[in-house]
Each structure stands twice: as structure tokens, then as C-alpha cells.
Design a protein around this ligand. Structure first.
Ligand code: KG4
Ligand code: ZN
Length: 350
């Protein structure tokens, strides 16, 4: 249940948000002041653990979150030189994500909120990714177009206002990050694939192999990456059958270029069609160096201001949840204690 509380409007004090994020394989907590100043941002990554299995094992992720969450929150408060009683509100990711993983953060946030009598705010994970752009770009205000590319999501959205989104397109099948992870596995790079493809691509030729750029009929802003993934797998199989040695760097670079070309084309088409001069990227794949370089160059050519978070704020973190939580807080949004984990929460839904 969502409640409205605008009593904050009468006060002039700083708003300190304690934010918690546990939707996938990072246990994270942060303290954010007045929406855009990050006092602490603690991330305990489980990547090394899941690498053993070639991907995130949900049950292991939940157990690890339980082990780590108190320690991560204590560290975030300590680093921010803040006590729980000084916190204004607690923000927590409640979806989308792995249900068991989300539940750890949601239960923790509810317990802290109940014990301290501080307001609770449920935050959408993708809204968090988009809001990461506000942290280092103090001048950025809506409206603007944002491309969200993560392990689970590929969304092209117009950010009309804080917390108000118009979804222009999304993926019909695999998310961009998922495609990176699957192709990385196929060429033997292991998990997580995105950063490994990013690194290896620097040694390869992006024009070496002509992989397809998918168009979705009748929905010009939608994406599809499963055909590209199959094309890479077919290429690898046919090389194998013909006894041709595979140049992994060329495969990585050509695949990466095929993904980037489509992301750039769709995004800049939307920026121009909607008449905005501002464009932002968000999500784990937004830390990809070639993707950032391509957007930087294309935006400069068109006189569009390009915004992107630092790599550490692109991948999962709690500072972005604190920023998104702040903008919900000042609108008067409060969650009640029936807040639950919603694994397939849609953007813009409450
Ligand atoms: O946003 P995120 O941390 O988690 C989700 O909300 O899904 O994104 C993780 C995804 C993974 O698929 C990972 O391979 C990808 O982001 N990723 C990258 C890079 N760094 C992380 N993909 C391409 N290049 C990178 N440098
Ligand atoms: Zn994420």
C-alpha cells in the first residue's frame, strides 16, 4: 500500500536516505543527502562466488545477502558518519529482481523502519538505475531520453519528470547484458561476460564478422538480441565444423559492435523524434567503454548533451536507490509494512 505524507514540506532540514539494494548478486547500502550527495556507497559483490557456477544461483544469492546485509548497512552508516537516528527515511529496492534476494533487503528495511519509526519507501530497481545519472550530473533535470541496459532489462524511456516515465521500447527477448553474458560463455570467457567482452574487444576488429542488426517490425524502438546471439553461436559452430581457428577477439568486437549499433540508432532516433537535447544511459551495460565512446561521438555530432554515470554507479549499487528514494520521498510517497518483493515489477507501476 502507498501512503502520502507531505509533512516534510514544512521542514528545512537535510533529507538523509539510508538505501538498501539486494535485487541480484550485490548486497549494497548507501547514505544519500538531499538526493544528489552520496555520503557512502558500500557494495559487497558476490561475483566471485557465482563465477564457480557460470551465473547467478538465486538460492546462494539470498543466503549471502542475509549474511552480509547488517555488516554492509553498518559500514554505510559509519562511512557517512551518520547514526540511524539521524536518517530521515529508508529506501529499498522491492522489484524487479530475484524474489529471495529482494526479500532480504525488503525485510531488513521494514525492520529498521519499524524499529526507528522512520518512513519506508519502496523503490523500483530500474528507476534507481536511471536516477544514478542525477548523482554526478548536478545540472541534469527531466525531461530527457534514457537508455537502460542491464543484465535483466533493455528499456528506452522518456523521463518526463522525477519518477514519471514513458516507455518507448524494450527488448522482445534477451536483455543486452544477457546477450553479452551468453556470448561470453560461448567463447569461453566465463561470467560475468560484459566486462570480459569489453576488454577483449579492444584487441579485435569490430568489422571482422558481419553479425545481424535486428529490426523489430512495427515497433521501431523495440530491441531483439536473441537472433544476434544465435548468429554468433552459428558462426562458432560452422568454424568448428570447418576446422577454422576462431579469433575470439574479433568475435567479441564484432558482436559488441552489432549490439552498440542498434542501441545507438534507436536511442538517437528517439532523442530527435521527441525533440530533446539531453540523453542519458544507465544500467550495467552502460559501463561498456565502446558503448560510451559511440554515444559520446554521436551525441557530439548532433549537439545533444550526453549523460552517463561512472562505471561503479552503472552496475548495481544502493546510492542510485537512495537518489530515486529521495525524489519519491519529497513527493510524499511512503510504503506501508505490507511492502513485498515484486520480482517482475513494471517500470512506472506501484
Ligand atoms: O545493472 P546490472 O549490474 O544488474 C542488473 O540489474 O541486471 O547489470 C549487470 C549486467 C551483466 O549482464 C553484465 O555482463 C553487464 O551488465 N555489464 C557489462 C559491462 N559491465 C557489466 N556489459 C558490457 N560491458 C561492460 N563493461
Ligand atoms: Zn541492476
Amino acid at each position: 500500500m502507498i501512503l502520502k505524507d507531505l509533512t516534510y514540506m514544512d521542514k528545512k532540514e537535510d533529507v538523509l536516505i539510508l538505501a538498501i539494494e539486494s535485487s541480484c548478486d550485490e548486497t549494497a547500502a548507501a547514505v544519500v543527502k538531499n538526493g544528489r550527495t552520496v555520503l557512502s556507497n558500500i557494495i559487497s559483490s558476490q561475483i566471485a562466488l557465482h563465477t564457480l557456477y557460470g551465473g547467478v544461483v538465486p538460492e546462494i544469492a539470498s543466503r549471502k545477502h542475509i549474511e552480509k546485509i547488517n555488516q554492509v548497512i553498518e559500514e554505510a552508516l559509519l562511512k557517512a558518519d551518520t547514526k540511524l537516528e539521524d536518517i530521515t527515511a529508508i529506501a529499498v529496492t522491492y522489484g524487479p529482481g530475484l524474489v529471495g534476494a529482494l526479500l532480504v533487503g525488503v525485510s531488513e528495511a521494514k525492520a529498521i523502519s519499524f524499529a526507528t519509526r522512520k518512513p519506508l519507501i519502496g523503490v523500483h530497481h530500474i528507476e534507481g538505475h536511471i536516477s544514478a545519472n542525477f548523482i554526478e550530473n548536478k545540472d541534469l533535470e527531466p525531461p530527457f531520453v534514457c537508455l537502460v541496459v542491464s543484465g535483466g532489462h533493455t528499456h528506452l524511456v522518456v523521463v518526463r519528470d522525477y519518477g514519471t516515465y514513458e516507455i518507448l521500447g524494450c527488448t522482445r527477448d534477451d536483455a543486452a547484458g544477457e546477450a553479452f553474458d551468453k556470448v561470453a560463455r560461448a567463447i569461453g570467457l566465463g561470467y560475468p561476460g560484459g566486462p570480459k567482452i569489453d576488454r577483449l574487444s579492444k584487441e579485435g576488429n569490430p568489422e571482422a564478422i558481419a553479425f545481424p542488426r535486428a529490426k523489430v517490425d512495427g515497433a521501431s524502438y523495440d530491441f531483439s538480441f536473441s537472433g544476434l546471439k544465435s548468429a554468433v553461436l552459428n558462426y562458432l559452430n560452422s568454424c568448428d565444423m570447418k576446422g577454422i581457428e576462431i579469433n575470439r577477439a574479433d568475435v567479441a568486437a564484432s558482436f559488441q559492435k552489432a549490439v552498440i549499433d542498434v542501441l545507438v540508432e534507436h536511442s538517437l532516433h528517439a532523442v530527435q523524434e521527441y525533440g530533446f537535447r539531453k540523453f542519458a544511459i544507465a544500467g550495467g551495460v552502460a559501463s561498456n567503454s565502446a558503448l560510451r565512446a559511440a554515444f559520446k561521438a554521436e551525441c557530439a555530432k548532433r549537439n545533444i548533451t550526453f549523460y552517463h554515470p561512472s562505471p561503479v554507479l552503472c552496475t548495481d549499487n544502493a546510492a542510485m536507490i537512495g537518489t530515486a528514494g529521495y525524489y519519491e520521498y519529497v513527493k510524499g510517497v511512503r510504503s506501508s509494512y505490507d511492502l513485498n518483493a515484486v520480482p517482475n515489477l513494471k517500470l512506472g507501476e506501484r
